[in-house]
Write a protein that binds this ligand. Structure first.
Ligand SMILES: NC(=O)c1ccc[n+]([C@@H]2O[C@H](COP(=O)([O-])OP(=O)(O)OC[C@H]3O[C@@H](n4cnc5c(N)ncnc54)[C@H](O)[C@@H]3O)[C@@H](O)[C@H]2O)c1
Length: 281
């Protein structure tokens, strides 16, 4: 992947899981990487693993001024930005009726407003990059839950946030058509990360950090271990980024899940065709 050589990439949520693997792989392919995360210590650990091609930043994507500060520092140090991965995200379980209002705010502020603010902060810089003829690409981390609704795990509000970021990415793609800035959405299936322990870094205004019970952590980490390894997800993602694909699916197992809504829409269209044709007869 020579495309990433001497490029500059920003990865939010870069301290752990998918973001960490993206940062490591980008650097392996010659990119300079800004590893941005709420968790500075872990971001520094990732940057240290990478070496001089990386820098760690504390950046909470719900705080727009921190995103602006990040963008200014990266441009000042490394010049133009080529790739922005709006990857930071949090998840919790729960149905609509059992999700507390402050958890709803937390999920939407990080997963949706965070992506929106990352777009508003970095897309103007990517437009500058594209105007010089260099690569400029904005990649949102969505989920399989951007494409459908899980039958079992009750992650209702999380699913709603991931549907919302699909719409943000898709409308941004429409708006940036012909601008030279490419937009993608990464929709992984289950990936073996620490997302199940997202409250470990929850900000005070949403209820603060809380430790999940050890038996929950054990069960969840066993379940996640069945998922795809994040370095595999990152590799498939970067391959698709190089090809400029909008929709990046990294887990073939989600085919039925991801096509379910499509089939439902087709059936509803068939029914309305039949109803209207029946009315005419
Ligand atoms: N793991 C999965 O099964 C899976 C599947 C589909 C999509 N995703 C998505 O992948 C993305 C990365 O999650 P992951 O699975 O690697 O989880 P993870 O918990 O391992 O990593 C998420 C990172 O985001 C950081 N973060 C949380 N809130 C933040 C904030 N406000 N500002 C900046 N950083 C913040 C965390 O500190 C953490 O380092 C998320 O958007 C998630 O929704 C994960």
């Amino acid at each position: 992947m020579t495309e990433f050589e001497r490029s500059v990439a920003v990865v939010t949520g870069g301290a752990s899981g998918i973001g960490r693997s993206l940062a490591l792989l980008l650097a392996q392919h010659g990119a300079r990487v800004a590893v941005a995360d709420l968790d500075l210590k872990q971001a520094e650990a990732v940057a240290e693993t990478i070496g001089p091609a990386a820098r760690a930043f504390r950046c909470d994507v719900t705080e727009r001024e921190q995103l602006v500060e990040l963008s200014r520092t990266v441009v000042a140090e490394w010049g133009a930005i080529n790739y922005v991965f709006a990857n930071a995200g949090v998840a919790i379980g729960g149905s609509i009726l059992t999700t507390a209002a402050d958890e709803f705010d937390w999920l939407f502020d990080v997963n949706v407003r965070g992506v929106f603010s990352t777009m508003q902060t970095f897309v103007p810089l990517l437009l500058d990059t594209a105007s010089t003829g260099a690569r400029a690409h904005f990649i949102v981390t969505g989920s399989e839950n951007s494409l459908g609704v899980p039958l079992t795990a009750a992650t209702s509000v999380y699913t709603a946030t991931k549907h919302a970021v699909l719409a943000l990415a898709d409308t941004l793609r429409r708006d940036l058509k012909e601008s030279g800035v490419v937009v993608s959405i990464l929709c992984p299936g289950v990936v073996d990360t620490r997302i199940f322990d997202a409250r470990r870094s929850r900000q005070d205004r949403y209820g603060g950090r809380s430790d999940m019970p050890p038996d929950f952590l054990e069960r969840a980490s066993k379940a996640m271990a069945q998922g795809q390894k994040p370095d595999v997800t990152a590799k498939l993602c970067l391959d698709a980024v190089v090809r400029g694909h909008f929709m990046i699916i990294t887990d073939p197992k989600i085919r039925d899940f991801a096509t379910q809504r499509h089939r439902e829409v087709e059936s509803a269209l068939d029914r309305v065709d039949a109803a209207i044709a029946g009315g005419k007869g």
